[in-house]
Design a protein around this ligand. Structure first.
Ligand code: NZQ
Ligand code: ZN
Length: 385
């Protein structure tokens, strides 16, 4: 097993009715920026619950953080925080609102132009405005990790950043909030979390036996509850296992001491930046083709995955191939279209565009062994048309 440090200071508060604890979690006598998205929290009553449990606090509201949050929008909140002298930010929303708040928190006291946080991928280790979250959409794991992804609208770049100061102080995860989610977002959540596990699991055989078993447990749980929770989001057993699986998929635990890939995400982010395709759907398009193109380096792990998750039998080659087909079939069950041409007619230049961008960023060897060269990226994207 590789050496590792496990640092995760987020206080995770999980379960029904836990929003009631808000007033004890937000530091006393602070002025709060309540940040949210396009308004779903008004329709499902979460806004009201939050306000009721923050009586006595001075609150300034900032709405309009869009899915795949924009740098340009977030900078407006940075200005408000500076002018209003805000001490604490509360994100109420899905991954986009939480990621947006991470950027706002980092940008307020940043010494320099905050766009550099994204374009130069600066690690944020200090001077962040403290923030907490009320999660409304299980998917990204952002509620318990220190990463975020922000889009610069002007240049159509979707860029990741993070750092140890980007962990939420607390996150309230009440599974009942998923009742109001549209089917499409529930499907997205399952596939995003599933792919997070795959990025950290589907590499090459290593000595992280426990990490593998935990990863496989999350995959099996998502396969078990995913299709059902989409149909019955008010079933608490389904909702709670779905939400906890999503958090566990990307709270850092399963990636400790093992190699990880993340190239599906890096390529997928480009598809969102170019065509606005939902994050999870880009992963369903790219992931299986990445496994096909990188078959030789991932074959042994694909075979383990096929045997342990889908009970497949046969030679490593046969099981590994069939495991990819089973993955695509699961994504179809989860309502995903897995071809780029099903989302846009103008896909022909996508591979060249992405390769150029990666070249400019000097991303010439992605994946667990840095073997995903620009040529391989081109093949993966072209195979996804
Ligand atoms: O904006 P509102 O009106 O709130 O509506 C949202 C939004 O339209 C809606 N929604 C959220 N909770 C709801 C609800 N609708 C009804 N009831 C509720 N309870 O859902 C829509 C999508 O929300 P969004 O936050 O964009 O979805 P998600 O949580 O999937 O986040 C996606 C973003 O997270 C990034 C993605 O790239 C993307 O930008 N990621 C962040 C990661 C991280 N920080 O670790 C890792 C991921 O791989 C991912 O890249
Ligand atoms: Zn993701």
């Amino acid at each position: 097993m590789l050496n590792f440090e496990l640092y995760n200071p987020t206080n995770l508060i999980f379960g029904k009715g836990q929003i009631e604890k808000l007033s004890t979690l937000v530091p006393k006598d602070t002025k709060i920026l309540l940040a949210y998205g396009g308004g779903s929290i008004f329709k499902n009553g979460i806004h009201e619950q939050v306000i009721q449990n923050l009586k006595g606090f001075d609150i300034v509201e900032f709405g309009g953080i869009e899915p795949n949050p924009h740098f340009e929008t977030l900078m407006k909140a940075v200005e408000i925080i500076r002018v209003e002298k805000i001490d604490f930010i509360l994100a109420v929303g899905g991954g986009s609102v939480i990621d947006g708040v991470k950027f706002i928190s980092a940008a307020v006291n940043f010494d320099g132009n905050p766009i550099d946080i994204l374009q130069k991928r600066i690690l944020i280790k200090e001077n962040a405005v403290p923030f907490g979250t009320v999660l409304t959409l299980p998917a990204t794991g952002s509620e318990m990790n220190s990463g975020a992804v922000v889009t610069i609208q002007a240049t159509q770049e979707k860029l990741a950043f993070g750092g140890s100061a980007m962990f939420p102080k607390f996150s309230i995860c009440d599974p009942t909030v998923i009742a109001s989610l549209p089917k499409r977002q529930l499907q997205n959540g399952v596939v995003d979390a599933y792919t997070h596990v795959m990025e950290q699991y589907l590499t090459y055989p290593h000595e992280g036996y426990l990490q593998d078993r935990i990863a496989e447990g999350i995959l099996q749980t998502l396969i078990e509850v995913g299709p059902k929770v989409v149909e019955n989001p008010t079933d608490y057993a389904l909702a709670s296992n779905f939400m906890w699986s999503c958090t566990m998929a990307l709270n850092g635990l399963i990636q400790k001491g093992v190699p990880s890939d993340w190239a599906t995400h890096m390529i997928g982010h480009e598809l969102t930046a170019l065509y606005g395709i939902d994050h999870a759907r880009t992963l369903a398009i790219i992931g299986p083709n990445l496994y096909r193109v990188m078959f030789e380096t991932k074959k042994e792990k694909l075979a383990q995955y096929g045997r342990r998750i889908f009970n497949l039998t046969g030679s490593d080659d046969q099981v590994a191939q069939e495991a990819i087909n089973k993955t695509v079939a699961f994504f179809h069950t989860m309502g995903m279209d897995t071809k780029l041409s099903q989302y846009t007619n103008e896909y022909e230049k996508t591979a060249d565009f992405i390769v150029n961008r990666f070249n400019e960023r000097d991303w010439k060897g992605l994946g667990e062994k840095q073997l995903i060269t620009l040529e391989k990226v081109k093949s993966i994207v072209e195979m996804s048309y």
